[in-house]
Design a protein around this ligand. Structure first.
Ligand code: GAR
Length: 219
């Protein structure tokens, strides 16, 4: 496919969502290419997988900067150098400034391990269990300045089992994250999304590879 959108994946650790995005983007029909993996932690396990797949990787340690703005300036230099058009946050555990988020508005997406707007923030699985939720899940959303808010592109739900621990629930949710994130990125990179207020409409066209499990958006 021509004109694949140059995409950066920002990680802080394991990188399993990054891996799902890289694997999806290996298909020549996929409308995004993963051009850069950027981590704020040198020990992020996901970096090795990206390197093995010939993807440019970089580490920018946020701790050496005086503030968030300075850290982001360094990130922006790399993003520009690699001509990045879309950013996917994938377990990137840094809060971004309003300026950075606004610069990337509409081109910056995140995956969060809950059915937003429920359980913003951390420890989502333990909190869902503690509150007795029967349904839990994950969301891909456009990033806005407010944490874990922004128009939702895709969600997947899982049933909460009586026997669940935060770990078993997290594992079932993570499997769904790996399905919806590549689908959401394909829809964004393919130009299929329209944001109206807080709602995201997705055009279903033949441009989406049939094998791709894109969430079923209402027509
Ligand atoms: C994922 O579960 C992702 O949803 C979550 O971190 C994990 C990263 O795993 N993100 C957040 O909590 C962001 N608020 P991964 O590194 O294996 O993709």
């Amino acid at each position: 496919m021509k004109g694949r959108k140059r995409t950066a994946v920002l990680i802080s650790g394991r990188g399993s969502n990054m891996r799902a995005l890289i694997e999806a983007a290996r298909s020549p029909d996929y409308p995004a290419e993963i051009a850069l993996v950027l981590s704020n932690r040198a020990e992020a396990a996901g970096l090795a997988f990206a390197k093995e797949h010939g993807i440019a990787t970089a580490v920018i340690d946020h701790k050496i900067y005086a503030g968030r703005g300075e850290f982001e300036k360094s990130m922006q230099v790399l993003l520009d150098l690699h001509k990045i058009e879309i950013i996917c946050l994938a377990g990137f555990m840094r809060v971004l400034t309003q300026g950075f988020v606004q610069h990337w508005q509409g081109r910056l997406i995140n995956i969060h391990p809950s059915l937003l707007p429920a359980y913003r923030g951390l420890d989502t699985h333990a909190r869902a269990l503690a509150e007795g939720a029967k349904i839990h899940g994950c969301s891909v959303h456009f990033v806005v300045p407010a944490l874990d808010e922004g128009p939702i592109i895709a969600q997947a739900a899982v049933a909460v089992l009586d026997s669940d621990t935060p770990e078993t629930l997290a594992a079932r949710v993570l499997a769904q994250e790996h399905v919806i994130y590549p689908g959401a990125l394909a829809a964004l990179a393919g130009g299929l999304l329209t944001v109206i207020g807080n709602r995201v409409a997705c055009e279903r066209t033949a441009a989406l590879p049939p094998a791709l499990k894109v969430p079923d958006f209402p027509k």
